[in-house]
Unconditional design. Structure first.
Length: 405
């Protein structure tokens, strides 16, 4: 039995479904069903053709066109054509060019004429040159050669250092030989500190010898290069300055047990040695410094504060007897200090009244009331004294003095 087509199957199916007597609306529905079936079949065919065409175009685009001139060799096809009655000879010749590229030649010849036509096939053009077979190897040097792309360049990890030895804190600058924005730098300074800067600066704070390592890598290359310099940095030892101070009024003695070279700076004066002496003339606070320097030239400085108090050495009696006998008649300051230039003294009674006030290089109270020049009553009086020397030093004194009859 012959196999029915889809249209025939549909027709038979619809006919079997009809009931006698036939109705017009049934035939109309049957006709519409056939029209829909034909339209669906047409659309399916169009879709299939479209998909097939798209696949062919995709494959054609995906296949790369090969150039007749490769990266490593130049292929030249030469055709020699000669006409004769019925004789034709074809010969393939392979020659190696001086640059190791292969040259392919095809020669067609007869007894009467031999000419060589060199055709170099390019993607867009055909260049024809007339050359003889004997000169083929010479002309290869004149052919355009496309060399293969260079292998990815390796990064260079070499670097230089501004200075390699010194005293702590020691500062060094590091410079890579290759400076590139597309390169990653990783520095290890050997003291536990690292940096990813291109040209970093680093400070070493402790004595020792340090290894420096640089790792470099291009962003688009997995290759990593490392440069290590053993004992690239040497940091010398640093001395420790220390000293003692002895103060005797305005005299100061400085001494140290350091064995290095010692430099003393005190009272605006510089001196050298294991000890130093200074004499101060004015009261106040001063700084004294010791600089210790070792054989490497490394130094350490220690500064201390001292307080200078220069006594004026003024003495005062605690009682007077103003009877005119020349003994203890006057209350006045007593001193051997020739540097004192000025005094100011006041005598005050128990009621707070000033009995005497005097200023000058020499002052004294004879026991009389200064306002009326009458002798004061026996008893205890309060005194206040201020003294200055020629260096501007100042001292004040306060106490009591008694008048005895």
């Amino acid at each position: 039995m012959n196999k029915l087509t889809p249209n025939e199957k549909l027709l038979q199916e619809k006919l079997n479904a009809f009931e006698y007597p036939y109705q017009d609306n049934a035939w109309m529905q049957f006709d519409k069903a056939l029209q829909k079936h034909r339209l669906f079949k047409t659309l399916r065919w169009v879709a299939g053709v479209t998909l097939f065409t798209a696949a062919v175009i995709t494959i054609w685009v995906a296949i790369p066109e090969k150039s007749p001139i490769t990266e490593n060799s130049n292929k030249i096809t030469e055709h020699s054509v000669a006409t004769s009655n019925n004789v034709t000879e074809v010969q393939e010749i392979q020659n190696e060019t001086p640059d190791n590229s292969s040259v392919s030649q095809t020669m067609v010849s007869n007894n009467s004429t031999q000419t060589s036509t060199s055709e170099t096939v390019n993607k867009n053009t055909i260049i024809k040159n007339q050359v003889s077979l004997k000169d083929t190897t010479k002309t290869c040097n004149n052919l355009t050669t496309i060399t293969p792309s260079n292998k990815a360049k390796s990064p260079c990890p070499d670097f230089t250092i501004s200075q390699t030895s010194g005293c702590p804190p020691f500062e060094a600058k590091f410079f890579p030989v290759e400076k590139c924005d597309s390169m990653i730098y990783s520095w290890d300074f050997g003291d536990g500190k690292i940096s990813t800067e291109r040209s970093p600066e680093h400070t070493y704070t402790r004595q020792g010898k340090y290894q420096v390592k640089l790792m470099v890598k291009y962003f688009k290359n997995e290759e990593i290069k490392v440069k290590i310099i053993e004992q690239a940095i040497t940091v010398f030892s640093k001395p420790k300055a220390n000293f003692d101070i002895e103060i005797d009024n305005q005299h100061v003695l400085l001494s140290s047990e350091n064995t290095e070279k010692l430099i003393w700076q005190a009272n605006d004066t510089t001196s050298y040695g294991l000890s130093a002496e200074r004499t101060y003339k004015k009261n106040g606070q001063y700084s004294v410094s010791l600089v210790a320097q070792n054989s490497f030239g490394c130094m350490d400085t220690l500064t201390k504060k001292i307080n200078i108090k220069i006594p004026l050495l003024v003495q005062l009696p605690n009682a007077i007897r103003p009877d005119g006998d020349g003994v203890n008649d006057i209350f006045e300051p007593i001193t051997d200090n020739q540097n004192i230039t000025n005094y100011h003294m006041e005598i005050i009674n128990s009621r707070g009244q000033v009995m005497y006030s005097g200023t000058g290089k020499k002052v004294g109270w004879n026991g009389s009331c200064q306002s009326n020049n009458q002798p004061c009553e026996p008893g205890m009086y309060l005194y206040k004294l201020k003294a200055w020397d020629n260096n501007g030093n100042y001292e004040s004194y306060q106490g009591s003095v008694s008048i005895i009859k």
